[in-house]
Design a binder for this molecule. Structure first.
Ligand SMILES: NC(=O)c1ccc[n+]([C@@H]2O[C@H](COP(=O)([O-])OP(=O)(O)OC[C@H]3O[C@@H](n4cnc5c(N)ncnc54)[C@H](OP(=O)(O)O)[C@@H]3O)[C@@H](O)[C@H]2O)c1
Length: 242
């Protein structure tokens, strides 16, 4: 077997978009470190990965981030695809809900990046890819907390790109439209019938698949995009063009 060309840490690798990213990168010959909270789900998703390449962590927990940064090898790539969403109208927003969403979608990715930088685990030439959302740019009613968190995360690519360029580290985001995943299955189960289809028709080319998103992530991780940093790349079937 040919040696892995690069090592990538994928957060949220046990499901949906993160799972598709990890599988895509492994198929391309990269070594993958797969991370998420549920150890059994990680093991089921990646039965052939060595145990040390499946790391059970909650990235919203400081001790977990430090442990993860300690155990991972030197990395060429970091992909953060963790989190979930359960929209609520503005009047139903609570401090707890806002904190939960900003913790996982904004604070934790930034603090994980800080832990990896402190542990010197990102090589010169490394690429960081956040998973943003079209919700941050389109204004979906009832989705204020998630929107604020994703918009915050997407806003970090520019300052981070400039700050980390002298170390040769790139920072970008992929911005998916609606993707059928376990997260969206849970989301639409709680909404009136027809809600998914009403969203689906807003994607003139059709909704992106997890594999469509993974291909864009792999593109931004690759050395072919060595001069691309500070960008947010939509993978949205034309959602934002409408
Ligand atoms: N699906 C869409 O339509 C869509 C569109 C735009 C953006 N996104 C974004 O894409 C990302 C992935 O979404 P998805 O649809 O693929 O969801 P998903 O299928 O529910 O997968 C989420 C992944 O994140 C992990 N995770 C959740 N909280 C975590 C935490 N605190 N620490 C570590 N891992 C955690 C989950 O595993 P555990 O539960 O075991 O931790 C799981 O592996 C999210 O950031 C989401 O906001 C999704």
């Amino acid at each position: 077997m040919k040696p892995a060309s690069a090592t990538h840490l994928i957060i949220g690798a046990s499901s949906g978009i993160g799972l598709a990213c990890a599988r895509h990168l492994a198929r391309e010959g990269s070594a993958v470190v797969a991370a998420a909270r549920d150890k059994a789900r990680l093991a089921a998703a990646f039965p052939n990965l060595p145990a040390e390449a499946r790391v059970a962590v909650d990235i919203t927990v400081a001790a977990d981030r430090v442990r993860l940064a300690g155990v991972v090898p030197m990395l060429e790539g970091l992909v953060v695809s963790a989190g979930g969403n359960a929209p609520a109208p503005a009047a139903a927003l609570t401090e707890e809900r806002l904190t939960e969403l900003t913790d996982v979608h904004l604070h934790a990715p930034l603090l994980l990046l800080a832990a990896l930088l402190k542990a010197k685990k990102l090589r010169k030439g490394a690429s960081v890819v956040w998973i943003g959302s079209v919700a941050a740019l389109s204004g979906e009613p009832g989705n204020t907390a998630y929107t604020a968190a994703k918009a915050g995360l997407m806003a970090t690519v520019r300052p981070l790109a400039r700050e980390l360029a002298p170390r040769g580290i790139r920072v970008n985001a992929v911005v998916p439209g609606l993707v059928d995943t376990p997260m969206t299955e849970r989301l639409f189960a709680a909404l009136p019938p027809g809600a998914r289809d009403a969203q689906a028709i807003r994607h003139p080319l059709g909704m992106p698949t997890p594999d469509n998103v993974a291909a864009a992530v792999a593109f931004l991780l690759s050395s072919r995009t060595a001069r691309i940093t500070g960008t947010c790349l939509p993978v949205d079937g034309g959602f934002l063009a409408g």
